[in-house]
Design a protein around this ligand. Structure first.
Ligand SMILES: Nc1ccn([C@@H]2O[C@H](COP(=O)(O)O)[C@@H](O)[C@H]2O)c(=O)n1
Ligand SMILES: C[C@@]1(CO)OP(=O)(O)OP(=O)(O)OC[C@H]1O
Length: 165
């Protein structure tokens, strides 16, 4: 199959701190992500979407949260490893669309840098990467500011498939 789609979803709760990391961008906040890694929900959702598209399981199977090697790891490193893995199987990434679900902080000013990081890590032009943010109108765990979620969908193609004409 030349064209495959994947979905990723991740959530991290807050703990004490002064910034969040989203697609490797340091976003000032009055809390931080509680996680084994840097807690980068956006990078995790994109990584899971890529793995999903290639039917290669999920991020926790590749990088267990019980492995000290991943303690505090920069999640962009994990994303780059997964991109290398699917490339080794003859795939490349077509495009990415992601949504951050956060009551606060405002993501808008940071989105251009998030897109740039994801494009670099996924080895595609930034025009093929979209990142959005939404509140939940104060409903649910995100609305109560207990944590942040991210969804991502990713299209992958067999190398040489011309999708963008
Ligand atoms: N953490 C967030 C949440 C939202 N935005 C931007 O605000 C717009 C309105 O949000 P609603 O939840 O009321 O739809 C949204 O479309 C985003 O552009 C944001 O920057 N950061
Ligand atoms: C990234 C990994 C590995 O450090 O840990 P966490 O930062 O806890 O993140 P999560 O999305 O819960 O699961 C994937 C893990 O394997």
């Amino acid at each position: 199959m030349n064209l495959r789609i994947g979905h990723g979803y991740d959530v991290h709760a807050f703990t004490e701190g002064n910034h969040l990391v989203l697609a490797g961008v340091r976003v000032p906040h009055d809390r931080a992500f509680k996680a084994h890694s840097d807690g980068d929900v956006l990078a995790h959702a994109v990584t899971d979407a890529i793995l999903g598209a290639a039917a290669l399981g999920d991020i926790g199977q590749h990088f267990p949260d019980t492995d000290p090697a991943y303690e505090g790891v920069d999640s962009r490193i994990l994303l780059c490893q997964v991109v290398a893995l699917i490339k080794s199987q003859g795939f490349e990434i077509g495009n990415i669309d992601a949504t951050i679900i956060a009551q606060a902080p405002k993501m808008g000013p940071h989105i251009p840098q998030m897109r740039a990081h994801l494009a670099k890590d996924c080895e595609i032009p930034v025009e093929r990467v979209n990142v959005k943010a939404t509140t939940t109108e104060r409903l649910g765990f995100a609305g109560r500011e207990e944590g942040i979620a991210a969804h991502a969908v990713v299209l992958i193609t067999k190398k040489g498939t011309d999708l963008f004409f």
